[in-house]
Design a binder for this molecule. Sequence first.
Ligand code: URA
Length: 237
Amino acid sequence: MQERLQKVLARAGIASRRKAEELIREGRVKVDGKVVTEMGTRVDPENQAIECNGMHVSAQEKKVYILLHKPSGFLSTVHDPQGRPIVTDLLKNIKERVYPVGRLDLDTEGALLLTNDGELAQKILHPSHEVNKTYVAKVKGWPGKNKLGALAGGIILEGRKTWPADIELLHSEPQTTTIKIVIHEGRKRQVRKMFEAIGHPVLQLQRTAYGQLQLKGLASGKYRFLDPGDIQMIFRK
Ligand code: URA
């Protein structure tokens, strides 16, 4: 059966569809030994030889799902031209080409999903599924009830209002406050920007859960494989 090349790449766990299109555009994909840069190209993965970055792309691949406790200082990417630490450096003996579902900033730690299941990744990332992400943020100073109430209701960030967030004050320290915040949007550096906007910059940030799938029990830098029950927890409110 013929399918679009980027779909085949995504299903094989090479990259998200968007990233797969970039790979094609960059000339890193070959079909039957020839570089293909034409976007809509249709291929038959069962009967044609597909390669990406010189590696064979199989028609099907076993799906793997990994929950990693990303440490600060690691990039949420599978390749860094500058050779900095990347999250996949932390995975041992995994032959499937997993990639992170969304990203955490370099200086953010916590729950990061990695998978070769492009469809699930898209489902988690698509705003229509409203997957809750829980963060614990240590912020400078003591934001009062009014400011936290404003954050919870939604504030204007870069011209667009944020969706309502659940906010819980966990504790106040001499110079800082620790706050739990649950959001389902995934704008770039959103949590940091939200606290910045109310005048309390984030000093430390940890993602502690996707939906009801909790990070708890995983040490920094460690990971575990997820089963279908864990995957269901991601979509639970
Ligand atoms: N919000 C942020 O500001 N940073 C992250 O890494 C994730 C969410």
